[in-house]
Design a protein around this ligand. Structure first.
Ligand SMILES: *Cc1c(COP(=O)(O)O)cnc(C)c1O
Length: 387
């Protein structure tokens, strides 16, 4: 099964992105294994499954038994819905004004983040004469999305006014779960419990990837991992327990000899202190190689680090390959950007950011190879019907 590869896009692409769906599934099973038997493991597939292709990733998770999918935007939910039979798709950013009809028609579940959204959803339910599913988000201290204590009091007082809203569960989101010892975690948990008690008998959802590792108290009834499914380390202070999902390699366009004193790239930022051999690779900031990576970044060839020389261009970077025997690397060679020697998190660190931003910023020019697609005949079928 691991041998099954599906290619998409970029027949003559300069760089190759490989996404291992078997690893995504392994990561899902691993996270599920950390949960009690009655806790459901959902999956966050917003932003095109963190840039990896939700139409492939979500069916892979579905094949693994996942039935609770979270996206950010209503449009993302509408696009994914045909791939996910017998599943719930929740819209984390809530119900956009005027989006009620599309949400109802596609059977999507909005996360209601304000009393206004609750009222709009209740009104729609009254109009249709049927209950409509929703999730209620409680703000437990992040102050980003969700109902405040005052709004929740308004909900409780509203009583029968909200009878048409079929609340599936209440949820909240952790601000500091990637630091398990952070005082905010316990404070948010206490506040979440206190406010969730105002919704007696309803299931609860609290933990993202990192939250799963903070402790069993944080699991409640449904967890919402995203990053860890895609191989990002959920506990950055410890060794990464997840399997890597992404490999990225860029092709050499050209190799050139530079004399001592020659300059490289825009702004002449790099000057060769000795004669050097340079390779220009077909990957640049339009492909998610942030310009910030130039300072400390490297790529790898046969395990050897090749430092980036000069600024990152839109479509290319130049690396110093002087340390390699001249015949080992030439035009067309593939150089590792993300892989065995440099994880997503390593590359993120060199860019001064986090793995989430690296993945969601990968861009659209790659040749994409999906490993482990054998079970995805349904997704394939849907895609063919839609094209
Ligand atoms: C993005 C998001 C998640 C997933 O977080 P990860 O850190 O990627 O696991 C869970 N819940 C909410 C509300 C989110 O916005």
């Amino acid at each position: 099964m691991a041998g099954s590869v599906r290619k998409s896009g970029g027949l003559h692409a300069g760089a190759v992105l490989t996404i291992d769906l078997e690893a995504v599934r392994w990561n899902y099973r691993f996270l599920r294994g950390k949960l009690g038997a009655r806790v459901r493991c959902g999956a966050v597939v917003k932003a095109d499954a963190y840039g990896l292709g939700a139409q492939y990733v979500a069916p892979a998770l579905h094949a693994e038994g996942c039935r609770d999918f979270f996206v950010a935007h209503l449009d993302e939910g509408l696009r994914l819905q045909p791939y996910l039979p017998e599943s719930s798709i929740y819209i984390l950013n809530g119900l956009p004004g005027g989006g009620e009809a599309d949400c109802v028609d596609a059977g999507l579940v909005p996360v209601l983040n304000s009393l206004d959204q609750c009222q709009a959803w209740a009104m729609r339910a009254r109009k249709l004469g049927k209950a409509l599913p929703a999730v209620i988000q409680i703000d437990s201290g992040m102050n980003r999305l969700g109902m405040s204590q005052r709004e929740i009091a308004g909900w409780v007082k509203g009583g029968s006014q909200f009878a048409g809203v079929d609340v599936r569960f209440v949820m909240s989101h952790l601000a500091c779960a990637d630091v398990p010892s952070h005082a905010a975690n316990a404070m948010q948990l206490a506040k979440f419990r206190r406010l969730a008690d105002l919704f007696p008998g309803l299931p609860r959802s609290f933990a993202n990837s990192s939250g799963i590792f903070v402790g069993k108290d944080f699991h409640h009834d449904i967890v919402r991992p995203g990053a860890a499914l895609y191989g990002i380390n959920p506990i950055p202070t410890r060794a990464n327990p997840m399997r890597p999902v992404v490999r990225l390699s860029a092709r050499v366009i050209q190799v050139r000899e530079a004399d001592k004193g020659d300059h490289v790239g825009y702004g002449w930022d790099f000057r060769a202190s000795t004669a050097a051999r340079l390779a220009t690779l077909s990957i640049g900031y339009a492909d998610g190689m942030h310009r910030a990576v130039a300072k400390t970044g490297a790529v790898y060839f046969e395990g050897q680090a090749l430092p980036i020389a000069g600024r990152v261009s839109m479509d290319s970077i130049t690396v110093d390959v002087s340390s390699l025997q001249p015949d080992r690397l030439g035009a067309g060679s593939e150089v590792e950007v993300i892989g065995d020697h440099q994880s997503v998190d390593d590359l993120a660190e060199a860019m001064g950011t986090i793995g989430y931003e690296v993945l969601t910023g990968l861009g659209h020019r790659y040749e994409r190879n999906y490993l482990g697609t054998a079970d995805l005949s349904r997704a394939e079928l849907v895609r063919e019907l839609q094209s």
